[in-house]
Structure formats: C-alpha cells, structure tokens
Design a protein around this ligand. Structure first.
Ligand SMILES: [Zn+2]
Length: 177
C-alpha cells in the first residue's frame, strides 16, 4: 500500500512530544485551542496519554503515514477516554490511511467529536503522479468527492485511489457499543 506522507503547513518549531515508535505530536496553543499535529505511524508503541491536552483540541492528522491494528485499538481507546473526560475534539486534514479506518470502524473518531476535513487520494494512470485533495466535511451533508481530476503534471485524467462508495457512507454509521 502506498503511504501519503505530507507535511504541508506543519510548523515543526512547536513543542515536539514523542509518543512512541515513530509517532510524534507537535503541540501548540493558539486561537483559544490546543493544536496537535500528529506525525508518523500509529502503532502499539503509541502512548497518547503523554500529551498534555486542555479542551478544546484541534488535531491535524495530515501527516499520519500508517496505522496498524494495535494502533487502531490504542487510538480508539484514546478518543473514547478523551470524550469521557470531557475533551472537545476536532479532527482535521485526515490522511487517507485514517479515512479508510473511519469507513470500517464507526467509532474511530469517537461518538461526539467532529471530523472537519479529510484528504482524498488520486493516482495518474499515465505518469503515476499522486495527488491529494482536501475535502471539507459538513455534518448531515454527503461528502462531495470528484471521481477524477486532471493530472497537474501530464493533464491526463487522474483516478480516485479509493472506492467512491466509501465516501458516501463515511459518517452515517451508528456508533458501536
Ligand atoms: Zn499524470
């Protein structure tokens, strides 16, 4: 599987907190919220409790390169515990590897936290260029994902690198108990 490592817009001068394995949290306080950019892979080595978080928290998840099954469990527990503790959490710029998890696990982003935007991957069949498009998520509105976009390098029609149907039902599932 390809990974889409993107670091666009991340300010690496923030406080860097190593959470375990390759996962690092870049934590900043601005706009009246705790801003957390997570970078690397989420695995069983990740200890999210190391982060000092005060509500509200905005997570930038654009630089998550991968997540394994034990990482999924650690993440789901972290989000659940955060919600129980009263943390107001927003998830933005979700990497495609996380969008796949959201599509499979109904409470992957908790039960009352909000996903505000996610990246949609495209692949060019001619020159193999990869491109990510940021799509905003509006509660109660279907996610508008273009099935193809023009390749910025060769102008060929790039194809969506996920199943289009996956996006249609992303946030419509009832929460798991
Ligand atoms: Zn191309």
């Amino acid at each position: 599987m390809r990974t889409y490592a993107i670091l666009v817009g991340l300010d690496m001068a923030k406080l860097a907190q190593v959470l375990g394995g390759s996962l690092v949290a870049h934590i900043d306080h601005r706009d009246g919220a705790t801003q957390v950019a997570l970078v690397g892979k989420i695995t069983e080595a990740a200890n999210f409790a190391l982060m000092q978080l005060t509500s509200p928290v905005n997570f930038d998840l654009s630089a998550i390169e991968g997540i394994n099954s034990l990482g999924v469990r650690a993440w789901v527990h972290f989000v659940r515990d955060g919600e129980v503790a009263g943390l107001d959490m927003t998830f933005q710029r979700c990497a495609p590897v996380l969008v796949q998890q959201i599509s499979m696990i109904s409470n992957f982003m908790g039960s009352r936290s909000r996903v505000t935007s996610l990246f949609v991957p495209y692949l060019c069949p001619k020159c193999n260029a990869e491109e990510l498009r940021l799509v905003n998520v509006t509660p109660g509105t279907p996610i508008a994902v273009a099935p193809s976009i023009p390749c910025p390098k060769c102008k060929t029609s790039m194809q969506l690198d996920e199943l289009e149907e996956m996006y249609e039902s992303l946030f419509e599932k009832p929460a798991a108990r």
